[in-house]
Design a protein around this ligand. Structure first.
Ligand code: AMP
Length: 278
């Protein structure tokens, strides 16, 4: 596996490859990321994974400085999974000067995650567009774990006619249901025991909706209350249209329940797709 640090070296190396799958990450590689690499290998013979902690998508006061950076470990895991190139630009490669040209995503970017992390999806969209231009992949794999991100990236690719296919990947979980995340390592031992309850609350909503209950507000309220009783600070638990991430129409069946909540200092997100009965 090769580690490449500059755009010039990346371009020179990738000239030889005819089809590339791309997995953008912020590092601290876990089995969720590795599943994306494996999916990428199924779509193209050559896989590039990027590792870049993108300051542009962090909000003031968030964990940019303490975000786990475990580069040597990450490379070992990626190599074992069959990844070919790690592209790890430094700040000066990615942002040699202040980034003036910014991708402005649609209004949904100010809702859900965007409501609690203003500007986050502007930063995500901008760095992903830059990374796509650097790697020029045919395929890029994104996790459903970050459901709103996946949706916004798909929309961006569509509106800008970017020549890349976006492949969604299912969320990889610990056996107790907790979605794998780099931020899980911030959890204290007792918080780690409590953490699967976010998934449990979403599963209860999913089960009720799949059994025919469409009183979303009451279900959201019950999930909220369950978490609050166990010392979570809930940002949102909402049932949305998978297509628009807006409130579902009365007859809409392809739904998703999305949740975000803080346990102590650690903010966790999760979601589950729901197929409501006809
Ligand atoms: P991150 O490094 O957290 O920015 O994530 C990089 C990519 O990995 C994104 O497409 C995420 O959605 C995806 N990802 C993160 N956690 C998981 C998981 N538990 N299962 C599947 N994909 C994931």
């Amino acid at each position: 596996m090769e580690i490449i640090r500059t755009i010039a070296d990346l371009r020179a190396r990738l000239k030889r490859e005819s089809a590339i799958s791309f997995v953008p990450t912020m590092g601290n590689i876990h089995d969720g990321h590795l599943s994306l690499v494996r999916i990428g290998l199924g779509h193209a013979p050559f896989v590039v994974t990027s590792i870049f902690v993108n300051q542009l998508q962090f909000i003031q006061g968030e964990d940019f400085d303490k975000y786990p950076r475990t580069f040597a470990d990450d490379c070992g895991k990626l190599e074992a999974a069959g990844n070919h190139v790690v592209f790890a630009p430094d700040e000066a490669q990615m942002y040699p000067e202040r980034q003036f040209f910014i991708v402005e995503p649609p209004p949904i970017a100010n809702k859900l995650e965007g409501r609690f992390r203003p500007g986050h999806f502007r930063g995500v969209s901008t760095v992903v567009l830059k990374l796509f231009n650097m790697v020029q992949p045919q395929v890029a794999v994104f996790g459903k774990k970050d459901y709103q991100q996946l949706s916004i990236i798909r929309h961006m690719v569509d509106q800008f006619a970017l020549p890349v296919s976006i492949i969604p990947a299912e969320t990889v979980r610990a056996v107790d249901g907790l979605a794998l995340s780099s931020r899980n390592r911030y959890l204290a031992d007792d918080e780690r025991v409590e953490a699967p309850r976010l998934n449990e609350a979403l599963r209860q909503v999913k089960a009720a909706v799949e059994a025919g209950d469409r009183n979303f507000e009451a279900l959201e309220f019950a999930a909220d209350a369950l978490l609050a009783r166990h010392r979570w600070h809930v940002d949102y638990v909402v049932v949305r249209s998978r297509r628009s991430l807006m409130q579902p129409d009365a007859d809409e069946r392809e739904l998703v329940v999305l949740g975000a909540a803080k346990l102590g200092q650690t903010r966790l997100i999760d979601n589950l797709e729901i197929s409501a009965p006809a």
